[in-house]
Design a protein. Structure first.
Length: 66
């Protein structure tokens, strides 16, 4: 969640239903649905999938955010 909220992505939560969050970016990135459980650690493969496949960043851009 913290990575998605950093610049240049700048995602913000626009809707919450239970543990599901809908995020939007004012910078033109696609909307993202995110299941957030406080205290849970997201595995590296899921972080990569989120940033590269769902957000549309290159591998290098995703690595730079981490």
């Amino acid at each position: 969640m913290a990575v998605l909220q950093r610049q240049p992505l700048a995602y913000r939560v626009v809707h919450t239903t239970g543990s599901h969050r809908k995020l939007k970016s004012p910078n033109g990135y696609p909307d993202v649905d995110f299941v957030f459980h406080a205290g849970d650690e997201v595995p590296p493969g899921l972080v990569r999938q989120m940033l590269v496949k769902r957000v549309g960043l290159s591998e290098g851009e995703a690595k730079d955010l981490l």
